[in-house]
Design a protein around this ligand. Structure first.
Ligand code: ADP
Length: 619
C-alpha cells in the first residue's frame, strides 16, 4: 500500500501543477476538456428543462401556436448546443492520441536532459521505473491529471445544473392537505440529508473499491517489472537462438508466474471477488435506492398539486443529477488525492536539478582547432563509491596530436574519458580548456567539441545515412565519405545510405556484424567533425585485416583533430605521438612508445612484454 495520505490541499496543488504542465505541453487541452464536458453534461439539462415546459403546456391545454413555438425553441436550442458540443468533442478527441505520446515525451525529455551522473544512477532508474509502473497500473500520474479534470468537470456541471433545476422543488407548496408534511421543513431536511448521506456513502464505497486497486500498485511493482522484462521475451528475435538452445522460455515462464499478479489466484483478483466487489455493488445499489426515493418524493409532490406533471420530469432528472454529481465529486476528490500521492514520484523526477548546466561561457569556435586541455591534479570517486577511480591525474594534451591511453582493465582509462567530456565532474582538482575550468562553459557547448566512440555504442533502427549523421536531413556525400574513411567502403557496394539498419522498422533492413557496426560508429564520430575524437577500444570487434586497415589510416581519419585512443593492444598505439600509461587510477608513465619501452621495470615495459610474449607463443 502507499505510504502517508496527503492533504486535499497538497493533492490539489499537485493536480494544478499537472494541469499547468499539460497546458504547456499540449496547448488547448485544458480548455478542450472543460468546454467539451460543459456542453456534453450541460445540454441534457437544458433539454429536460425545455421538454418540461412543452409537457406543462400540453397538460394545461395551451394554444397550439404556443406549443409549436416551444417545440421550435427546444429543437433549435438542442440542435445548436448539440452541434457546439460535437465540435468541442471533436477538438478534444483529436488530441486524445497525442496524450500517450506527450506523457512519454515529458518524461523522456527530462531523462535526456539529466546530468549524466543522474541518468546513470540507480535512484533515477528506480524512480523512472516507478513512474511508468504508476502509469501502467491504473493510469496514475500525469495522464490521470487530465482524466481527473474531465471527471471533476462532469461531476461539477451535473451537480450545479441539477441544483439550478431542482432548487424550487423543495419549496413549492403542496395543495393537498393530507400531503402537507411534504412541505414541512423537517421533512425537506430529512430528504436532503438522506440524499447527501447516500451520495457521500455511494462515493465512499466507490472510493474503497478504487483504492484497493491503486493501493495494490506498490505490491504489484515486482510483478510488473517481471512482466516488463519477460512479457515480450519470446518476440525478441535477437534472443531467438538462445531461447532455443537453452530453453530460456521455461525459466522466464517460471519468473512470470512467480510474480502472480496476472493469475486468477492473485491477491487483487481475490480482493475483487470479496470486499471490493461488494463495495461496487453497494455503491450501485445506493444509487438505485436513491433513485426510488427521488421518484417517490417528486411524484408525491406532483400528485399533491405542487407543480404540473411536466415539471416532475425536470425535477426527477435534476435531483438525480444532484445526487450523481455529488457522489461523482466525492469519487473525484479521492482520485485527485490518490493521484497526488503518485504524482510525488513524477515531480521528484521532473525536479531533479541540472547542476552541470550552470556554466555560461561559450566555447570559442576556433577554426584553427587550437584547443588545449589540461587535467590538474584530478581525483574522482564514482557516486556512492568509497574508492578512487582516478587519483591525482595531471596531464596536458598537445593539440592536434594523437594520445594513446593504455593500462589494464579497471585502471581508470574510461573514467578519464568520462571526466574529459564532462559526463562526470572531478571530485577534486580541475580540468581546464584553454586555461578555463570546463565547469564555466555552457554544458552543451562544451559537449559539442567531442566525438566519441564508446565501447558500448548504440546504433538505431534507421537508414544507414541517418545513423551516421544522427539527423534525418544530412549531407550524403559527407556521410559516404566518413563511411569510406571508417573502412565501410566495400559494404557500401551492397547497401546504400537509405538502407535501414536492422529489421525493426523495415523488412528489407540489414543486420550488420559487430565489426561493421563499429565502423558505422566511427563514421558517425567523423561526421560530427568535432575538434576532439576519442576512440575507446575502437577495433575490439574488428577482424585483424580491418583492424590493420584502421590503424594504417588512423592519421588520415583523425586529420587535424586531437585524437585520444584507448586500447588494450599496445602494438596498436605505437603510431601515437604520446602514450599515457594508467595503473590503479593514476598516470604512471607518459612518453612515446620508444621512450616507454626502453624504461625497463616500468609498467609499459611489463605490459608490452606480456603481450609480445603472448603473440610470440601464438606465432
Ligand atoms: P578501464 O577503462 O581502465 O577498464 P574504468 O575507468 O572503467 O577502467 O574503471 C576504473 C575503476 O572505476 C574500476 O575500479 C571500476 O570498477 C570503477 N568503476 C567504473 N565505473 C564505475 C561506476 N559506474 N560506478 C562505480 N565504480 C565504477
Amino acid at each position: 500500500m502507499r505510504g502517508n495520505r496527503i492533504s486535499l490541499k497538497t493533492a490539489f496543488a499537485r493536480q494544478i501543477r499537472g494541469m499547468k504542465i499539460w497546458h504547456k505541453q499540449l496547448p488547448g487541452r485544458i480548455s478542450a476538456i472543460v468546454l467539451s464536458r460543459l456542453f456534453t453534461k450541460g445540454t441534457p439539462f437544458v433539454t429536460v428543462f425545455l421538454s418540461a415546459r412543452i409537457l406543462n403546456a400540453l397538460v394545461a391545454g395551451r394554444e397550439s401556436k404556443e406549443i409549436w413555438t416551444l417545440v421550435g425553441i427546444t429543437l433549435g436550442v438542442t440542435c445548436l448546443l448539440g452541434a457546439l458540443g460535437a465540435c468541442l468533442n471533436r477538438w478534444k478527441s483529436s488530441q486524445e492520441e497525442e496524450i500517450w505520446y506527450q506523457t512519454e515525451k515529458i518524461l523522456d525529455d527530462k531523462q535526456a536532459s539529466l546530468d549524466f551522473v543522474d541518468a546513470d544512477s540507480q535512484r533515477i532508474a528506480d524512480l523512472a521505473a516507478q513512474i511508468r509502473q504508476n502509469h501502467q497500473w491504473g493510469g496514475r500520474g500525469l495522464r490521470r491529471v487530465l482524466s481527473n479534470l474531465e471527471d471533476f468537470t462532469d461531476a461539477a456541471v451535473t451537480a450545479l445544473c441539477g441544483i439550478a433545476l431542482s432548487a424550487e422543488l423543495f419549496v413549492l407548496p403542496v395543495r393537498d392537505g393530507k400531503l402537507s408534511f411534504l412541505n414541512h421543513p423537517l421533512f425537506v431536511l430529512l430528504i436532503l440529508g438522506t440524499m447527501a448521506a447516500s451520495a457521500l456513502l455511494s462515493g465512499r464505497f466507490a472510493n474503497f473499491a478504487d483504492g484497493a486497486w491503486s493501493g495494490y500498485a506498490a505490491d504489484a511493482r515486482l510483478g510488473n517489472r517481471i512482466f516488463g522484462a519477460y512479457g515480450n521475451f519470446a518476440k525478441d528475435h535477437k534472443r531467438a537462438m538462445d531461447i532455443r538452445i537453452y530453453r530460456q522460455d521455461k525459466i522466464t515462464t517460471h519468473y512470470m508466474e512467480q510474480g502472480d499478479i496476472f493469475t486468477e489466484g492473485s491477491p487483487i483478483a481475490v480482493r475483487y471477488r470479496g470486499m471490493v466487489g461488494l463495495s461496487y455493488i453497494a455503491a450501485e445499489g445506493m444509487q438505485a435506492v436513491m433513485s426510488g426515493i427521488i421518484y417517490l418524493f417528486v411524484c408525491l409532490k406532483a400528485w399533491a398539486g405542487a407543480f404540473p406533471i411536466g415539471s416532475a420530469t425536470q425535477y426527477i432528472g435534476a435531483v438525480t443529477g444532484v445526487f450523481t454529481g455529488i457522489s461523482g465529486l466525492i469519487v473525484c476528490l479521492e482520485t485527485i488525492r490518490t493521484n497526488g500521492e503518485f504524482l510525488k514520484d513524477t515531480y521528484e523526477f521532473l525536479d531533479t536539478p541540472n547542476s552541470m548546466y550552470q556554466g555560461s561561457l561559450t566555447t570559442e569556435k576556433r577554426s584553427d582547432r587550437q584547443y588545449e586541455v589540461e587535467f590538474r591534479d584530478v581525483s574522482f570517486q564514482y557516486p556512492g563509491s568509497d574508492n578512487y577511480a582516478l587519483r591525482h591525474v595531471s596531464m596536458k594534451f598537445r593539440v592536434g596530436k594523437r594520445l594513446a591511453v593504455v593500462g589494464r582493465n579497471g585502471s581508470g582509462k574510461t573514467t578519464f574519458i568520462k571526466l574529459l567530456c564532462r559526463l562526470y565532474d572531478p571530485t577534486e582538482g580541475q580540468i581546464l580548456l584553454n586555461g578555463i575550468d570546463i565547469r564555466k562553459y555552457r554544458y552543451d557547448d562544451y559537449m559539442a567539441i567531442f566525438s566519441i566512440v564508446f565501447q558500448d555504442f548504440q546504433l538505431f533502427a534507421m537508414p544507414l545515412g541517418e545513423n551516421v549523421a544522427t539527423s534525418a536531413s544530412y549531407d550524403r556525400d559527407r556521410a559516404r565519405d566518413c563511411l569510406i574513411k571508417a573502412g565501410f567502403g566495400d559494404r557500401l557496394k551492397t547497401v546504400s545510405l537509405d538502407t535501414h539498419l536492422y529489421k525493426d522498422l523495415d523488412k528489407n533492413g540489414v543486420d550488420v556484424s559487430g565489426g561493421e557496426a563499429q565502423k558505422i560508429a566511427i563514421a558517425r564520430a567523423l561526421y560530427k567533425d568535432a575538434p576532439f575524437i576519442i576512440l575507446d577500444e575502437p577495433t575490439a570487434a574488428l577482424d585483424p585485416v580491418a583492424e590493420a586497415e584502421i590503424y594504417s589510416k588512423f592519421n588520415d581519419i583523425a586529420g587535424d583533430k586531437t585524437a585520444i585512443y584507448i586500447s588494450h593492444r599496445l602494438s596498436s598505439c605505437k603510431f601515437c605521438d604520446e602514450i599515457a600509461v594508467f595503473d590503479g587510477g593514476s598516470v604512471v608513465q607518459q612518453g612515446t612508445h620508444e621512450e616507454l619501452v626502453a624504461e625497463k621495470g616500468g609498467k609499459y615495459y611489463e605490459l608490452w612484454h606480456a603481450q609480445a610474449q603472448y603473440y610470440a607463443k601464438e606465432a
